[in-house]
Design a protein around this ligand. Structure first.
Ligand code: SAM
Length: 285
């Protein structure tokens, strides 16, 4: 018999997903992991009652947080992913043959073990790639103590509840800046602005204090309900956010990656912000 899961992320609105078959339900030291199958979405991963990824729409989120900054930058060799234990971001980043290493820092080792076993459609063989380096640690501690430098840092975190909360703080963002190589870029998952406007506002306020250029870009991911999702963008290279279309097209063609959401036109359009989102991130004069 089917069961329904109510997402518990927002106070005033919730989405319900049908679980045709529950495959896994377990409490780790950090969070409750639930995996179930849904006819429309395939396998759905929930952590602490919040949808993290689904086989059906993961490509949108993962493509936009990897290919967009990688192709905007043009010479990414070393990538750092904070969170991302499902391996989807790792798999997408590794599609770029010129990338030399991807370090993934995940606080909960059970998410990784579980994803290898149950989410092969999302992580593929990424955990076995010789360029992959896995660190089990709190992402904040890692960026605060590591001496390594990266061309791209991706925050692939849970929402700012529980262990993910620390990944939305000034301490974390300023330490990320120290971990970036010159001309590097930080991108972050920043929730759905229509429902989580303060989250985006808070992040941008901090990023603007630390980086020469900070803004956000958008993509609509059906299971992150409530409108388009915002991704934070921060770099000291102001040109990166405005990489010309012909340059993106050349880089995309030579990368030879198959994408279902990302393309150079979508890349440029993603930085166009509707009024209600632009207002959220505009500092009062
Ligand atoms: N795509 C997802 C979303 O936006 O809903 C995020 C998916 S990914 C599974 C999030 C991961 O971040 C989880 O596996 C969680 O364990 C990890 N995480 C949460 N807080 C963390 C922290 N402080 N340091 C490192 N990893 C963390």
């Amino acid at each position: 018999m089917s069961r329904w899961f109510d997402e518990t992320l927002h106070e005033d609105i919730a989405q319900r997903l049908k679980a045709d078959r529950v495959l896994y339900d377990s409490q780790t030291e950090h969070q409750r992991i639930v995996l179930f199958e849904n006819t429309l979405l395939g396998r759905v991963l929930m952590l602490d009652g919040v949808v993290q990824t689904t086989e059906g729409d993961e490509f949108i989120y993962h493509e936009m947080l990897t290919h967009l900054p990688i192709l905007a930058h043009g010479a990414v060799r070393r990538v750092l992913i904070i969170g991302g234990g499902d391996g989807g971001m790792l798999e997408e980043a590794l599609k770029h043959r010129e990338i030399e290493s991807v370090t993934l820092v995940e606080i909960d080792p059970q998410v990784i073990e579980f994803s290898k076993q149950y989410l092969g459609k999302i992580c593929g063989e990424a955990f076995d790639d010789p360029r992959t380096r896995i660190v089990i640690a709190d992402g904040v501690d890692y960026v605060a103590t590591s001496k390594d430098r990266f061309d791209l840092i991706i925050t692939d975190s849970t929402d700012p509840i529980g262990p993910g909360e620390a990944l939305f703080t000034e301490r974390y963002y300023t330490a990320c800046k120290d971990r970036l190589a010159p001309g590097g870029v930080l991108v972050t998952q920043n929730g759905v602005p229509f429902l989580q406007g303060e989250e985006l506002q808070g992040t941008l306020r901090i990023l603007r204090r630390s980086f020469t250029d900070a803004s956000c870009y958008l993509a609509t991911v059906p299971t992150y309900a409530g409108g388009p999702m915002a991704f934070g963008w921060a770099s000291d290279d102001t040109a990166l956010r405005r990489t010309p279309l012909d340059v993106l097209q050349k880089r995309y063609a030579s990368a030879r990656i198959a994408t279902r959401y990302y393309n150079p036109q979508v890349h440029q359009g993603a930085f166009a912000l509707p009024g209600y989102i632009a207002d959220l991130i505009t500092e009062p004069a």
